[in-house]
Design a protein around this ligand. Sequence first.
Ligand SMILES: Cc1ncc(COP(=O)(O)O)c(C=O)c1O
Length: 451
Amino acid sequence: MPTRPIIEPFRIKSVEPIRRTTPAERKKLIEDAGYNLFLVPSEAILIDLLTDSGTSAMSTEQWAAMMRGDESYAGSPSFTRFRNSIVSIFGFHHVIPTHQGRAAERILFNVMCKKGDIVPNNTHFDTTRANCEFVGAHAVDIPIPEAKEPAHLHPFKGNMDTAKLTELIEREGAKKIPLVMLTVTNNSGGGQPVSLGNIRDVKQICKKHGIPLYIDACRFAENAYFIKLREPGYADKSPRDIAREMFSYADGCTMSAKKDGLANIGGFLCTNDDLLAQQEKDLLILTEGFPTYGGLAGRDLDAIAVGLNEALEEDYLQYRIASTAFLGNHIAQEGVPIVQPPGGHAIYLDARAFLPHIPVSQFPGVALAVELYLEGGIRSVEIGTLMFGEHATMDLVRLAIPRRVYTQSHIEYVVEVILDVWRRRDNIPGYALTHSAPFLRHFTARLKPLG
Ligand SMILES: Cc1ncc(COP(=O)(O)O)c(C=O)c1O
């Protein structure tokens, strides 16, 4: 029996035109942008897969909730709805609103860490690492070894290496480790999920040594759905129940509501520790705002309160994960090398394997991202030598899928564009840098094609 097409579990009420450009226009636009897709105006992009962060389409219920937003400085009912929604899913005692995820990270590390401390994580996201290192602590990544092999199939490639965690705690001493973090799903590791078994094991190790466990919860709903699909014993549980169990093992979390909050801005920090919560709120008042708004408008708090619940709806999660897998599986079937298996929010192309004739020093990830734009107006992002310099172990091109924004036909178009580039891959040139900033150079770098 033929399988039925993936359909979006929503219909479209408000449309936003996207603009087609000609190949000649794109050639000129990318040349003017120094072959850096960050520098191309978004009106000149047909399908924008630069990030899934803050790019979600909001629902009618979220827009309605925004109209209910109460902009009182203190004690707004919008905050009550925001807190209730978070407590019912995450179960933590204290909820501290922030303007986005990195603000929650900054407050957490400022309060919990000092110079010389160590924070283990499956893989720190770049803002998490930066905020941890900013207070003088060391951010240590200990994913399972399979996470480092793009082609290796593993159902929970986001898991932490628990043997390495134990070894690290025994070697350095628990006093030097103020918290352990788990990022669900593991964004920097390919959007791969963490199993409940792994969360439980990590918690046990932490408990034995008296170390709190915090979850970087940005993509908690996608992680919960992967557990439902892949972890024995969870097929009949709802994503909400799975999420509750995930957080029941943690002492707190950081969250960017720009991902599974289905909002365009916002975040929060949670903890069960009364003393920490007080210190965190003191710092919040200094830099973000009063604890009942934390740098957000009342309407943002209301949009997040609704979005967190919608992100856990099974119809939505089924479509989201199936649509991302459709993209990954269709290109992989034709031989395109990707990080396997397809993650929750993005597909990562392995540019070193895609363009083996381009040496790492000539930025194969940039070369591939430029061709996807030239071929079909698609914007992706290089995660490799341009972003990380000599520290890069892989050259990937991430195609991050905004939530509820593109339809199945957009995804089919992306498949066709990638395959067209794949067929003519032997003639794609490498690149050289012509301008480079001293740090975070990928945002503003300018390059030129070689040969
Ligand atoms: C895993 C993870 N943690 C933290 C953040 C930071 O969130 P924000 O961009 O809202 O500051 C991100 C953002 O992409 C992320 O993917």
